[in-house]
Ligand binder design. Structure first.
Ligand code: 8YV
Length: 327
């Protein structure tokens, strides 16, 4: 439905129709609505009717790394010029459909990597030192009756990183600061990586060598279910899986089985196969720490992402120059 409010600050952009696929941060959604004629796709009682009425005029899809843009949606908008996404992940955007039409896609790289790396290290620490479990132990009065269980130390143990990209590199630096050894697997060795980072030519080798296997690869057809039973077994009963990448990278049923059977030591997860659904079995396990996909969710990072998002949207319509185009 078009937002009924006028677009006072919109100036030249006020007459441009944009389709908001899902909810944005309230302040960012307000900015978009003040500057553009925004249609709320996810709230439409009859999405087909919304498209029939406004689709001909829509020139931008504004979306997030969660909601993306399907081929069907892209193909239904004949005047579509640009897809502006909040987040770095491109997996829910049909990039082929966008490329075929010459539609520009933008995301928000370079501003959320520190926070995602912090989240990864928070999970490493929380699982290894049993922070959440011990918090529950204190709150429930368990301390009066029993000695707290021991955690495992980080220093001297190996942090294995699947995907030494911009986020992976920041995770590596943090792991080093905790005295950990760093190993990684990419399709090929990263030339600018410090020489003491051990390159593993394949994922099973990395898993076998690591105490913590941290997933930092993009979600894609190439990374789909890369981590299954064999990799979890290579990580082993003392090993911990950390996922700040995408739920699609892990075979979640195999993960539950490995944890339940004690073939894997623990897991720290920020992402899941079918968000916001989390398997009940995981919720019942003490050696698992669960976050609700908050890798980049800090005030500072969200503000920086929102600014970059607007520089992409305005940059396209004012100068044909978005700040961070992907295509
Ligand atoms: C986003 C993410 O912050 O950027 C990404 O790819 O997965 C998240 O951390 C979130 O999806 C924004 O909607």
């Amino acid at each position: 439905m078009p937002d009924p409010r006028p677009s006072p600050a919109g100036g030249q952009t006020a007459a441009i129709d944009v389709l908001m696929v899902g909810p944005l941060l309230p302040a960012l959604a307000d900015q978009v609505r003040q500057r553009y004629r925004a249609h709320h796709w996810w709230e439409a009682a009859d999405p087909a009717r919304l498209l029939a009425e406004h689709g001909e005029r829509i020139r931008a899809i504004v979306t997030t790394a969660r909601f993306g843009a399907t081929r069907a949606l892209i193909e239904s908008l004949p005047r579509l010029e640009v897809i502006v996404s909040f987040g770095v992940g491109l997996d829910p955007i049909d990039m082929d459909a966008a490329r075929e039409r010459g539609i520009v896609v933008t995301n928000t790289p370079g501003v959320l990597e520190d926070c995602v790396a912090d989240t990864a290290m928070s999970l490493v620490l929380s699982v290894s030192r049993r922070i959440c479990e011990l918090d529950r132990f204190v709150r429930s009065g368990g301390w009066r009756a029993a000695t707290p269980p021991l955690g495992r130390r980080l220093a001297g143990r190996c942090c294995g990183i699947l995907g030494l990209g911009s986020i992976g590199l920041k995770i590596a630096r943090r792991a080093e600061a905790f005295g950990m050894e760093v190993a990684y697997h990419n399709r090929r060795p990263r030339q600018d990586a410090p020489a003491h980072y051990r390159y593993c030519p394949d994922l099973p080798t990395l898993a076998a060598h690591s105490a913590f296997l941290v997933l930092a690869v993009p979600g894609s057809a190439q990374t789909h279910r890369l981590v299954g039973a064999a990799i979890l077994d290579a990580l082993g009963p003392d090993g911990v899986l950390i996922n700040v990448a995408r739920g699609s990278v892990v075979d979640e049923a195999a993960l539950v089985d490995a944890l339940r059977d004690g073939r894997l030591g623990g897991a720290g997860l920020d992402v899941y196969q079918n968000e916001p659904e989390v398997p009940a079995a995981l919720c019942a396990m003490d050696n698992v720490v669960l976050l609700p996909h908050v890798g980049g969710s800090t005030v500072e990072t969200r503000q920086a992402m929102a600014q970059l998002f607007m520089r992409n949207l305005d940059g396209w319509f004012e100068r044909r120059q978005p700040a961070t185009p992907v295509t």
